[in-house]
Design a protein around this ligand. Structure first.
Ligand code: COA
Length: 249
């Protein structure tokens, strides 16, 4: 459904990898070969090893994702594909110091990374990744609407954790698409429909309503893979194609 690039006004390329640190041993040993001086400064400031590794892996994946999003793929040094951050925290890509290119969103969870990039800058989107694990009743009480809490609490068996993480992830993807992150109340968006057993290894649609200023209409897609839930919030009024980038082993 999403594969033919000529049918779409925008292509979003995405990449997902779990437990990816083994692939990046060379980069861990020689970060100077992969990151420019600004990125190295950012990398060296991390104190918590988990966060440092998360940063390194996500940057390496994004550099590959960006290079693969061009036809033919870019063959530049990874040091020339850089990931910067706006003051809001929103990430962006620069290629060979020539200003912002396209639109990027990324997420980390439990050793996994999910990132999406489009060469078109004008249509923004947001992604989120959550490892499907137990969520505290306090998180649900504080950040979910009453209706969302009821959806989780009326779920059965393993669906309880899946639904809690799906709702949380969808909220974060939406809040990243509108570039606000957790500056906004997470209850400004309410997930209203989860169909049982959907979203396994293919993108499913999630029904929701949102109360935020602005005329943009959004669509939220989700899939389940390798114990994670991936969500993607994209403009609803565009013909958007999604293409997965598979990393070489
Ligand atoms: C954005 C946010 C929802 C991320 O959620 P999370 O579950 O903690 O983390 P995720 O791994 O899913 O996403 C993190 C990524 O989101 C991106 N991000 C951060 N803020 C963002 C925003 N406002 N909009 C879109 N994307 C954002 C970053 O690329 C970040 O990864 P990085 O730090 O490695 O670059 C949340 O952390 C947040 O709102 N942070 C910003 C809080 C804030 O008010 N910051 C003020 C300025 S720094």
């Amino acid at each position: 459904m999403f594969e033919d690039p000529f049918r779409f006004s925008q292509m979003i390329n995405w990449i997902f990898l779990k437990n990816s640190d083994v692939r990046f041993q060379e980069c861990i040993e020689n970060p100077e070969g992969y990151f420019d001086s600004t990125e190295l400064d950012e990398y060296r400031k991390f104190i918590v090893p988990k966060r440092k590794m998360e940063w390194l892996i996500s940057r390496m994946l994004v550099k590959q994702l960006v290079a693969s999003s061009f036809d033919p793929p870019l063959t530049l040094s990874p040091r020339l594909i850089t990931i910067r951050k706006m003051s809001s925290g929103v990430p962006y890509v620069e290629i060979d110091k020539s200003g912002r290119v396209g639109w990027l969103s990324l997420s980390h969870s439990n050793g996994g990374v999910f990132a999406a990039f489009s060469r078109k800058e004008s249509q923004h989107f947001g992604v989120d990744l959550e490892f499907i694990e137990e969520r505290s009743p306090q998180l649900i009480a504080d950040y979910f609407t009453d209706s969302e809490s009821r959806q989780v609490n009326s779920s059965q068996g393993e669906d309880i954790n899946f639904h809690a993480n799906l709702i949380w992830s969808a909220k974060e993807a939406f809040l990243k698409a509108i570039e606000k992150g957790l500056q906004l109340d997470t209850r400004c968006i309410e997930i209203i429909g989860i169909k049982p057993k959907c979203g396994d290894s293919e993108w499913g649609n999630l029904e929701f309503k949102a109360e935020v200023n602005g005329s943009q209409a959004w669509r939220i897609l989700f899939r389940r893979e390798a114990g994670f839930v991936l969500t993607l919030c994209i403009p609803a009024d565009q013909q958007i194609g999604l293409a997965r980038i598979i990393m070489e082993p």
